[in-house]
Design a protein around this ligand. Structure first.
Ligand code: 4G0
Length: 247
């Protein structure tokens, strides 16, 4: 199996490298499930000051990343990795599990990390295939978004997670928030665990977990429930939860 290759265009290569230095993603890199290569636009800046940004046409605060260095870096990366170019920005489409799943099916991805107020729009027009955002907030750069994307995608690749982890991954997030989790000790600072989890009755336990997931989603993220059709049994469980919650 060829590794999935991530080429990251970034002014801070060492920051992005951290994503493959530990944990699941670090192990996946060691196992050859993913590979990472950084391309620094500054290496393409030929002026004595190695300029990669400049003031915006039309005036206004902040700086814009110059298109020429970015385009050269992207094209060098594309030569080695003919993948989709994904630009991380607050103006992008939301990165969600569906998009992560789609990206995991690709062989390679080129991640473009902006800094300052963003990049020259002509780079987007010429080379960007997909603009995506990891959330509605402004960061100092797209690198953290790139690392989030690399992590979420890597977890879906065969062999990245151990058996237990991948089973957990499969059960969780079928469009709902996760239920609560407990582990030893049974009593923690005077707090017990829900009795059903000690019952050994796996049907009751699964029912309780599904009910908790539905209820938590209803309370915290009702819009997720709109997006996800509930089965009849899920609808019954949610109604039970709501009746208990409101009683
Ligand atoms: C307009 N502007 C400030 C800007 C435009 C492009 C890139 C950047 C770099 N910062 C980023 C990048 C991504 C995200 C995200 N939410 O995914 C948040 N911040 C900032």
């Amino acid at each position: 199996m060829m590794p999935m290759r991530f080429d990251v265009i970034t002014l801070f290569p060492e920051l992005v490298k951290a994503v493959v230095s530990s944990g699941v993603t670090g192990r996946a890199a060691e196992r050859g499930i993913i590979s990472l290569k950084q391309w620094n636009p500054r290496d393409y800046a030929l002026d004595v000051h190695r300029t990669v940004d400049d003031r915006p046409y039309g005036g206004g605060p902040g700086m814009v990343m110059k298109g020429d260095c970015l385009l050269q870096a992207i094209r060098d990366a594309r030569r080695e990795n003919p993948g989709k170019v994904v630009y991380l920005s607050p103006q992008g489409i939301p990165l969600n599990q569906a998009l992560v799943t789609e990206l995991a099916a690709a062989e390679n991805v080129i991640l473009l990390c902006g800094r300052y107020e963003g990049i020259d729009e002509r780079v987007i027009a010429l080379e960007v295939d997909l603009e995506c955002s990891i959330g509605d907030y402004v960061l100092s750069g797209g690198e953290l978004g790139a690392m989030v994307l690399i992590d979420a995608v890597t977890r879906l690749l065969p062999g990245a997670l151990g058996h237990h982890e991948s089973a957990a991954q499969d059960s969780f997030f079928d469009g709902l928030l996760d239920c609560s989790h407990y582990t030893r000790p049974e009593e923690l600072e005077g707090l017990a665990i829900p009795a059903v989890l000690k019952s050994g009755n796996h049907a009751d336990i699964a029912k309780w977990r599904k009910k908790q997931a539905l209820g938590k989603t209803w309370r915290r993220r009702p819009e997720l429930l709109q997006a996800r059709q509930l089965t009849d049994s899920e609808r019954v469980l949610l109604n039970e939860y709501i009746n208990e919650f409101e009683s």
